[in-house]
Design a protein around this ligand. Structure first.
Ligand SMILES: Nc1nc2c(ncn2[C@@H]2O[C@H](COP(=O)(O)OP(=O)(O)OP(=O)(O)O)[C@@H](O)[C@H]2O)c(=O)[nH]1
Length: 421
């Protein structure tokens, strides 16, 4: 084959030049480093299986990480074949594939972040590195210069990965997957930088590629960890995001973004227990859109949906951050008001009613769609259960509907009316 050096099993330096000939057996030192490369390949293949379990359109970045691992496997095959494959495959092609692989890894993290990939910058960088490799392989054979150039590229990309993931460390959900990836990326960047500086300081460092020196072992181990480490971080980040999405979906209403019924009852239970233990006030508002069926019938279900979403937006503007607005079902909503006494609760209810009465909640064929609400409020009595509190709020809501709608009524007043005082 043209370009292939015909030494079936040989020990080569970085440039691929024969430095020793071992016609039938690989020396054990060489074998240990080749096996390190083969183990990395095996790990990357395992990572491909792991990645395939999370790779899909919704999980941004996973496709790029999958491709990156395929490229890495191909590159590692090339590196492992040094001495058995033509130089153009084991040096040029392998380096090109590994640069593409690590760049693809960065592309995955950028996609995960929702950002585009700096294709031109990286393609330009790869072209420069390849030019250096060609010049310092076929022109002047300086393996050290090739190592320095490739290490600077890999280190730079790993640093960019670290910076990208560092920006994404979330405030609320578990940090661990992100910290793991940031540490892995920065450690790799540091390792590559040390390698580049090492070769700059010792330009005549001409140990054979697979010679089992301390530094070779350190640098090979670094390379061994690069892909599996970053891929593991990527998979953990994907799982963290999936869990966060699932938790959000369970706790929020899909249409309006309000708290879900399930989450509302959980929060209400917790607040109720706290108030029973520590004292203090707790109020709840139950409210329902008036004649909502007529909106659906006149403007269509889509406009009805828009109105429901706007009702929630409007409510969230009226209440405090610590209050919780939930959609209990259909056109029925609730607001939990921790620390609010009966007077505060009815004034919040009145503000909400007035805000919705004056708001255009949707437009349809140039018609403004408005919708009023009826509200029942109730405040926790000593030793009262949550269920009893909600029953009283519901009765107040029913009273507001019966009294003509578009009004807020307080359970305590309704009770007074019921007992005739
Ligand atoms: N667009 C839309 N409509 C919904 C949704 N959930 C429930 N509805 C509609 O809400 C309407 C509720 O109607 P009713 O229970 O008769 O209540 P209403 O028309 O608001 O009358 P009052 O409550 O007595 O003032 C029904 O037509 C349901 O189909 C939803 O998610 N989207």
């Amino acid at each position: 084959m043209p370009g292939m050096r015909r030494h079936p099993l040989v020990l080569l330096d970085y440039s691929g030049i024969v430095s020793q000939t071992r016609p039938h057996f690989l020396p054990s030192a060489m074998l240990s480093l080749v096996s390190l490369i083969l183990e990395t390949m095996a790990l990357s293949v395992v990572m491909l299986f792991v990645l395939s379990s999370v790779t899909c359109e919704e999980n941004s970045g996973t496709r790029e990480w999958f491709r990156a691992n395929i490229l890495a496997v191909a590159a590692l095959l090339g590196y492992a074949g040094r001495g058995m494959l033509p130089d153009v495959l084991s040096i040029e092609a392998a380096n090109l594939l590994f640069m593409a692989a690590i760049s693809m890894m960065l592309a995955g993290f950028r996609r995960y972040e929702g950002k585009t990939f700096p294709t031109k910058l990286l393609a330009g960088g790869m072209a420069v590195v390849m030019a250096v490799i060609l010049v310092f392989h076929y022109g002047v054979d300086l393996p050290g210069v090739r190592v320095i150039t490739v290490s600077i590229f890999h280190g730079g990309v790993c640093f960019a990965i670290g910076m990208t993931v560092r920006r994404m460390i979330p405030a609320s959900q578990p940090h661990y997957p992100f910290l793991f990836t940031v540490v892995a990326a920065f450690a790799l960047a540091f390792g590559y930088a040390v390698r580049a500086v090492h070769y700059m300081l010792l330009p005549n460092l001409a140990v054979p590629l697979f010679a089992s020196t301390v530094w070779n072992t350190v640098y090979f181990s670094l390379g061994t960890l690069a892909f599996p480490g970053l891929t593991l971080g990527a998979v953990m980040m994907t799982n963290a995001r999936s869990l966060a999405k699932a938790a959000y979906a369970a706790d929020h209403d899909h249409l309006t973004g309000a708290c879900s019924r399930r989450a509302f009852f959980q929060l209400a239970e917790r607040e109720h227990m706290r108030k029973l233990r520590t004292g203090g006030d707790l109020s709840v508002l139950l409210f329902d859109a008036d004649h909502f069926k007529a909106i659906n019938d006149s403007f269509g279900h889509a406009v009805g949906d828009q109105v429901l979403a706007e009702i929630v937006k409007c409510t969230q503007k009226v209440i405090r951050n610590i209050d919780v607005c939930a959609r209990l079902g259909g056109e029925e909503f609730a607001v939990l008001l921790p620390g609010a006494d009966a007077g505060t609760a009815i004034s919040v209810a009145e503000r909400l009613r007035a805000a919705l009465e004056g708001a255009v909640l949707a437009t349809s064929a140039n018609a403004s769609v408005t919708c009023t609400v009826s509200i029942g409020s109730a405040t926790l009595q000593p030793q009262e259960t949550l269920a009893a509190l909600l029953v009283r709020a519901d009765r107040a809501l029913y009273a507001a509907k019966s009294a003509g709608r578009n009004r807020a009524m307080c359970a305590e007043d309704v009770r007074r009316i019921e007992v005739g005082t």
